[in-house]
Write a protein that binds this ligand. Structure first.
Ligand code: NAG
Ligand code: NAG
Ligand code: NAG
Length: 703
């Protein structure tokens, strides 16, 4: 840093110190920080039974208004839920789609031509319109030969028609089978085959994928596709399979003789294919009762209001997104859809100088996964590191300043206004609440996002098998690194896992494998009796699931996920390494895009394969005066050595123990995408596959 910027920062620090001292008494009285600190500590769940091998916790929080209303009005299926919403919110905006007006060429600074969208406003369907369209879609399918109780696959990206089609199916007591759009072709074909469906609902973008697997899904005789706003869909080469556009199905349903067939609570609403981190995808059976139970508990825990606007972005094939959006419908909150390609002004498909979806929609709530939040954080720090030394230092100063005061329970309205509101404007400027789920969020990222985007980030823990909601943080809980307490509908039990040395008798916090029980627990995997036997059990009429996750439970009843059973390896001297824990720490290193740590139990140290973040690695190489393409940098010994050094420094700063720190690393240029089969559709790494692919590299690191 130059002398000039040191002086500037020094002056700012001094002024802000004076300012803090002068305003502290006022803030103390107005903001009452002790209340915030108290709320963090408030007990949210208590043990209901305990022994030397297991402790069971239950929420002590009351059920809230919407939960009670749903109960009173006997809303016990998703079909009744939407009827309830349509009745209550009739002409209110419900689902919004950004209009794409044209695709135009745009010359980039490097001379390349790229196709970009010229986009219009959000176009909305009201609750009434959605209800009618869903009903017509369901009846249209009947016209095409679907029968009540049939299973139908929806294989498409998140968009308004996805939601409408799903409700169309519920209105016919059909089961909606969902498959991640990012599963590889084998996985998709496997899921479609296993469900024995005759109908597949897909989208313009995914038609080529469906065409490619047609020969492997011989049962399918009809494909319905959501149309593109601009381009006609290529429906050639589908052989004997009938191909029907979505709008035609709706039209067919508008004036026909078919009735609706309401499902009952025990009927399967959704058969959700999840990509286990090993082996083939598994279909999780979720009944209407499962979904409604989670809906009730979300309504207790998530503070969302009718004035909110929700940004629909994550895959609807993920139960947690589906039910987060469903709670919006229940409360009359409009949902505007977006995609990663059009979200921000700087997104790939957004024409220079025009607004991305976030600024067009100005949403106030959304869901996120740690992977996205890690990227946002890296994006902001990357951008700041390119600014002038003074700006950069000033930003860092403000980040530290805010962190310090927020940790003491204060808010920092002035710094927010001057500095952080500009960052928050990226997401439209109104974002207020974010729910993170899918994997544990690193405390650093959690705090950074919360402070620099000025919003509440609450973390939840749950699996598809527990219909998402097992634990959820409260909005007022500003702690970091924990996932909240058991929700109002589920119990959490931790049990000893001797091999990993996790015991419920541990001090100060009991530790053990998490077992989730309640109405929210799935009826099991489709056609998998063996796995069902291993994973689920029933006790006094309540279903329980063994999750394989390891947690500790704090005094206030909140849960911290600390490990995963199968991620544990034992090194030669008997030390256990939790690979997942090491990876999540090292992933916050600026040039690490993804990482897979490996420990050979016949050796004394662990090693890692890393896919670098392109910009981060180029910057790192530049400090050595090395330039080049990412492939060359990965091969460069000097760059690798420096990267290793940085990793080790970073690891030490993150308090990793000596044997947890990789002694050797290999940089690999390939991106790990779900298509490559190296990560799951939820972007969790698939250890086995990665170890197979990089066998040679791992072996070399152990020589
Ligand atoms: C709905 O379909 C299921 C089969 O998926 C069937 O068992 C059930 O009886 C049906 N429910 C009603 C209310 O018809
Ligand atoms: C699906 O089933 C067909 C025959 O029933 C078989 O030929 C095909 O290999 C199967 N595909 C997958 C991915 O399991
Ligand atoms: C909404 C509801 O019925 N929830 C049930 C969830 O499971 C627990 C058992 O852990 C029951 O006590 C609840 O009644």
């Amino acid at each position: 840093m130059s002398v000039g910027s040191v002086i500037v920062i020094g002056i700012i620090a001094f002024v802000s110190f004076l300012y803090s001292m002068l305003t502290l008494p006022i803030y103390f009285l107005v903001q009452q920080p002790w209340k915030m600190r108290q709320r963090i500590k408030e007990v949210k769940a208590k043990p209901v039974s305990s022994s030397s091998t297991a402790i069971t916790y239950k929420s002590i929080r009351p059920n809230m208004e919407l939960h009670l209303t749903l109960q009173r009005q006997n809303v016990d299926t998703l079909e009744k839920m939407f009827k309830f919403a349509a009745l209550n919110y009739k002409n209110k905006k419900c689902l919004g789609t950004r209009q794409i007006l044209a695709e135009e060429d745009e010359r980039q600074p490097d001379g390349k031509i790229m196709k970009k969208f010229r986009m219009g406003v959000y176009k909305w369907r009201t609750f009434d319109e959605v209800n009618v369209e869903a009903s017509n879609f369901g009846k249209g399918l009947r016209e095409l030969g679907v029968n009540p109780k049939d299973r139908i696959v929806i294989f498409a990206e998140t968009r308004a028609e996805w939601m409408i089609a799903a409700h169309g199916l519920f209105k016919q007591n059909c089961t909606c089978c969902t498959i991640y759009a990012t599963l590889g072709e084998d996985g998709i074909a496997f899921g479609v085959n296993e469900t024995e469906v005759k109908f597949v609902i897909t989208s313009h973008e995914l038609m080529p994928k469906v065409r490619n697997i047609l020969k492997d899904i011989p049962n399918v005789h009809t494909v319905v596709y959501f149309e593109d706003q601009l381009n006609p869909t290529d429906t050639s080469n589908f052989g004997n399979v009938r191909v029907v556009p979505y709008t035609e199905v709706v039209r067919k349903g508008a004036n026909n003789r078919h009735d609706e067939h309401s499902p009952s609570p025990a009927d399967i609403a959704i058969l959700m294919y999840t990509s286990g981190s090993t082996g083939v995808p598994k279909g999780v059976m979720l009944s209407h009762a499962n979904c409604i139970a989670t809906l009730k508990t979300f309504s207790d825990g998530i503070k969302i209001f009718p004035e909110d606007v929700f940004l629909g972005l994550l895959p609807l094939a993920h139960v947690y997104e589906l039910l987060a959006e469903t709670i919006c419908l229940c409360l009359g909150v409009p949902i505007g859809y977006s995609t990663a390609l059009t979200l921000l002004d700087t997104s790939l498909k957004v024409k220079a100088g025009t607004m991305g979806d976030a600024r067009a929609l100005e949403p106030s709530a959304m869901t996120a996964v740690p992977l996205i939040l890690d990227r946002v954080r890296k994006g902001i720090t990357d951008k700041m590191s390119k600014e002038s030394a003074v700006k950069k230092a000033l930003f860092e100063y403000c980040v530290n300043y805010k962190r310090r005061w927020v940790r003491r329970g204060y808010r920092t309205p002035i710094v927010d206004k001057i500095v952080f509101k500009k960052v928050a404007a990226l997401l439209g400027g109104k974002m207020r609440a974010m729910i993170s789920g899918g994997a544990p969020l690193s405390p650093d990222t959690h705090e950074f996002i919360r402070n620099s985007l000025c919003l509440d980030v609450v973390q939840g823990y749950g699996l598809t098998e527990t219909t998402a909601a097992a634990t959820l943080m409260e909005q007022a809980d500003w702690s970091l690194g924990r996932s909240g307490a058991p929700t109002t509908i589920s119990s959490i039990r931790i049990v000893n896992w001797d091999e990993g040395n996790y015991m419920v008798t541990k001090k100060p916090h009991p530790q053990g494998e998490v077992i989730v029980g309640g109405d929210n627990v799935s009826m099991g995997y489709f056609k998998r009796p063996v796995e069902n036997e291993e994973t689920f059990f029933v006790e006094n009429g309540v279903r329980w699931m063994r999750t394989g996750d390891i947690a500790e439970v704090h005094e206030d009843g909140t849960v911290k996920i600390i490990d995963r059973k199968k991620d544990l390896v034992k090194l030669q001297h008997g030390e256990y390494i939790s690979l997942g824990k090491v990876e999540s720490e090292l992933k916050t290193c600026i040039f690490v895009e993804n990482i897979c740590v490996y420990g050979d139990s016949t050796k004394t140290y662990c090693v890692a394969v890393i896919t670098p973040a392109e910009i981060g690695l180029k910057d790192l190489a530049a400090t050595l005066g090395v330039t080049g393409e990412i492939e060359q940098l990965c091969m460069n010994r000097e760059v690798t050595n420096l990267a290793l050094k940085r990793i080790q420094e970073h690891a030490a700063k993150s308090n990793l123990i000596k044997f947890e720190i990789p002694t050797k690393i290999t940089l690999v240029p390939e991106q790990w995408t779900p298509e490559s089969g190296l990560v799951t559709a939820a972007f969790k790494i698939k250890r086995k596959e990665i170890q197979n692919k990089y066998k040679a590299e791992y072996t070399k690191m152990y020589i």
